[in-house]
Design a protein around this ligand. Sequence first.
Ligand code: TYM
Length: 332
Amino acid sequence: RPRVLSGIQPTADSFHFGNYLGALRQWVDLQRDHQPFFFIADQHAITVEHDPKVLRERTLRAAAQLLAMGIDPARSAIFVQSQVPEHSQLSWVLQCLTGFGEARRMTQFKDKSAKQGEGAASVGLFTYPILQAADILLYRPHYVPVGEDQRQHLELTRDLAQRFNHRYKKTFRLPEPYILKATAKIADLQDPTSKMSKSASSPGGIIEMLDEPSRSAKKIRSAVTDSDGEIRFDPEAKPGISNLLTIYSALTARSVSDLAEEYSGRGYGDLKKDLADVVVSFVTPFRERTLELLDDQTHLSQVLQQGADQARSVAEATLRDVYQRVGFVARS
Ligand code: TYM
């Protein structure tokens, strides 16, 4: 079975609909006929200021959410990045293969450091994409299911894999991004030309999976649209309505064109009200399941420990090859 790997940062109390529709839903689906490795990127989360207590809580909340949405530990290795030290070990080797200018071109660093000024950003934020490349390459996956915003990081990952293979010996598989076009970039409800984002969206722009369902319904009803009054799918001219149709379609498995037809000639209020109902019936059981799972932290820790053991057995073998190939003396 082909391997898949992906990760998510525990940088909020809840995942949002961009995370879910852009990536996590594909994680769940790919479990069926792939060999999956899914992890919580807690080391990436410390590249910006954080509170240690909150990080620990959010890491467990992330694990509970992944299980609640259907990640099955019997099929997938689900683990926490910092529990598999090979990630940072491989990252060092890859840092030594990355050009400074090459790292500089990563747009996420430019965006994220712009706020605080480049001088104040951590070096960890700068080398973040190289740790991500290590996360991926250690497991030699065929596919990496992510949203559109991760494409550049995957290109760097492929470049580094190729460079290593060429300079030393064929070691890494070149992973393919697995990005579903329809949901690759879920937009902010208040600013539908920007992506829904944990760090950049206003509270009204982001639907959180663990939020009070009635609040999410309200956010849908207050989503920014346009004034021409016509319901059709046209992301360029009608980003707000098109985003609502995209979310609606993803949650109901009905095509966007089907929905556009059903609502044509009706008001935006109708569309929003029905979508709000769909969202509420989706998040309500999800939230209950997550809260139940969070009640048993011993179980959660056990699942994560077992996932880390599975991941380590693969990661260790890759790192051993890498160390040998770059010329490190083996431990006896
Ligand atoms: P993160 O934690 O920001 O996001 C997790 C996943 O959600 C996707 N996503 C979206 N998709 C569609 N529309 C949106 N508005 C939206 N917002 C977020 C992201 O593309 C991502 O797939 N660097 C990664 C975490 C990471 C990783 C890895 C991913 C670390 N190592 C190795 C894959 C492989 C990140 O910050 O994702």
